[in-house]
Design a protein around this ligand. Structure first.
Ligand code: GDP
Ligand code: CA
Length: 319
């Protein structure tokens, strides 16, 4: 079975670990979000690609959900001693090595997709991880700051400002000119099932879909497309997804997120059992919907979610 998953960071990575457990022999291609990428200290950092790679490769800091396990912070301390920031974005020593290798390879002329493949040679995530594009796309958030409208890098909004200032718009800068990375459209076209994990619908999956050609390919794919709600009980399970949903005028409910994707993209949608009342509204929008437990408390819980998503895909296919 060929499965394509459009993934952000933590939500995507934890779901993927469950999917691997549920169907160990499936051929899984992950299309990763690169809108969160940021240049720091002259290095290219790809937080979402690395979260997927470290989580599936066994190198993730489990409690945090991002960054390396057994991490130290000597480089960060030394940079701070020189007065070199930013102090709000944490990179550990082990993590630094990944960004050095990536930046070196990009400097030597390799596209990000080839670099990602090379990094995955070490981590062996058990999936094919492809960035959504080799081109530079940077998500910016238009915020109200000190009475003024300003666009800030997504990481500045998310990490430095903790999404605490009003967001008026989310703009994937560069997306319009970007091309899907090699293999992305082919994987979507050849997929037996396409899954949207419980990733952020705006700044993770929304950004991937903003690369011209990807939304059209998913909408036109022969394979059923099934998504899992990142919103449980009218709130994001973790993080601040409600803030960026508000910025694009979508309420933070499992049903509203399904309607936002719409029946053009989604054939099926899973909501948590606490949101069972939303099933009717989602089905009225033309999307088949089921209520099942959606809390990824451990790998087995995530695997159960993956089985439910694949079962719903089969049901949709048979319909
Ligand atoms: P990020 O790039 O690290 O922010 O990660 P993603 O975009 O992949 O996923 C973030 C989303 O995952 C958030 O909106 C959370 O609501 C959602 N999420 C995290 N843990 C869970 C969980 O256990 N269950 C569900 N349903 N959603 C989750
Ligand atoms: Ca992210």
């Amino acid at each position: 079975m060929r499965i394509v998953v459009l993934a952000g960071g933590i939500g995507g990575a934890r779901f993927l670990r469950g999917l691997k457990r549920a169907v160990p022999d499936a051929d899984v291609t992950v299309i990763g979000n690169t809108g969160d990428d940021i240049h720091l200290h002259g290095l290219k950092v790809c937080p979402d690609l690395d979260t997927v790679m470290y989580t599936l490769g066994g190198g993730i800091n489990e409690e945090q959900g991002w960054g390396r396990a057994d991490e130290t912070f000597h480089v960060k301390e030394e940079l701070a001693a020189y007065g070199v920031g930013p102090d709000w974005f944490t990179l550990g020593d082990r993590d630094f090595a990944t960004h050095i290798v990536r930046t070196q390879m990009i400097g030597a002329g390799y596209p990000l997709s080839a670099v990602t493949e090379a990094l995955c040679d070490r981590w062996k995530p058990g999936v094919r991880l492809i960035p959504m594009t080799d081109d530079r796309v940077e998500t910016h958030v238009v915020v109200e700051l000190d009475g003024e409208r300003r666009a800030v890098h997504f990481q500045e909004y998310w990490v430095r400002l903790r999404a605490s200032v009003p967001a008026r718009a989310v703009v994937p800068i560069g997306a319009e000119q970007a091309k899907p990375a090699p293999g992305v459209l082919e994987a979507v076209a050849e997929a037996d099932v396409i899954l949207f994990p419980p990733s952020n619908p705006v700044v993770s999956i929304g950004t991937i879909l903003a690369v011209p050609g990807i939304r059209e390919a998913v909408a036109g794919a022969g394979a059923p497309v099934v998504g899992l709600s990142p919103i449980v009980g009218d709130a994001p399970v973790r993080g601040m997804a409600d803030k960026v949903l508000a910025a694009i005028g979508v309420e933070a409910t499992a049903a509203a997120v399904a309607e936002h994707y719409g029946p053009e993209l989604l054939d099926g949608w899973l909501v948590d059992t606490v949101d069972a009342a939303a099933v009717e509204r989602v089905e009225a929008a033309g999307i088949r919907c089921r209520a099942v437990p959606l809390m990824m408390t451990d790998v087995e819980a995530a695997a159960a979610m993956a089985r439910e998503a694949l079962a719903l895909a089969e049901e949709v296919r048979g319909a």
